[in-house]
Design a protein around this ligand. Structure first.
Ligand code: HEC
Length: 159
């Protein structure tokens, strides 16, 4: 009877390739070295516009929350914060998600969860000052992500 020996070398090479592909897609996403020292996330024009559109919504919502906090209007704080909470994540396209590096997604999703927390604090009637501190802390995510990533409008040629 003929016995077949497993092709360990082939299996080994395939495993390495699979791990490398996984690393590329899950950890690195679609990125290159940006022209200003930040990591450039390479997106299709429509995807880039979708992300930047979401950013402008984040800025508007942050303004609404700051104003509502100054007015002690916790109902508005809750509804504004909830609109950019974790429920907003599900609208993200799968191919776009695959292009974002893991650290970018962590910061981005973490920001949406932080807005859930702000909405919950407002619902629970926490003092405006406490919510303001939570918002200030949440905005450190905006700063951290902007310091690390850029979205070039034209793809940078890979070396
Ligand atoms: C996970 C990463 C990430 C987080 C978190 C993040 N941003 Fe951004 N944002 C970006 C990137 C990347 C750009 C594009 C920057 C560039 O190309 O120079 C951007 C751009 C923007 C812009 C410009 C939009 C335009 O039309 O050009 C605004 C406004 C903005 N962000 C607001 C915010 C605010 C407010 C927060 C926090 C509440 C926030 N962002 C959190 C990644 C992030």
């Amino acid at each position: 009877m003929k016995t077949t020996t497993p092709h360990w070398i082939a299996i080994g090479i395939l495993s390495v390739i699979l791990v490398a592909i996984g690393f590329k897609f899950i950890v690195l996403g679609s990125t290159a070295q940006g022209d200003d020292g930040r990591t450039a996330v390479l997106l299709e024009p429509a995807e880039r516009q979708a992300v930047l559109g979401e950013m402008r919504v984040l800025l508007e919502t942050t303004q609404e929350i700051v104003e509502a906090l100054a007015n002690d209007d916790l109902t508005s704080v809750e509804s504004s914060a909830r609109s950019v909470g974790s429920a907003a994540i599900t609208t993200m396209d799968f191919t776009l998600r695959a292009k974002l590096p893991l650290a970018f997604k962590k910061l981005g999703f973490g920001t949406h969860y932080a807005f859930d927390d702000i909405a919950d604090m407002a619902k629970a009637g926490k003092p405006s000052k406490d919510i303001q501190l939570k918002l200030a802390d949440t905005m450190n995510n905006c700063i951290a992500c902007h310091a690390s990533y850029q979205l070039p409008s034209k793809p940078i040629v890979r070396r």
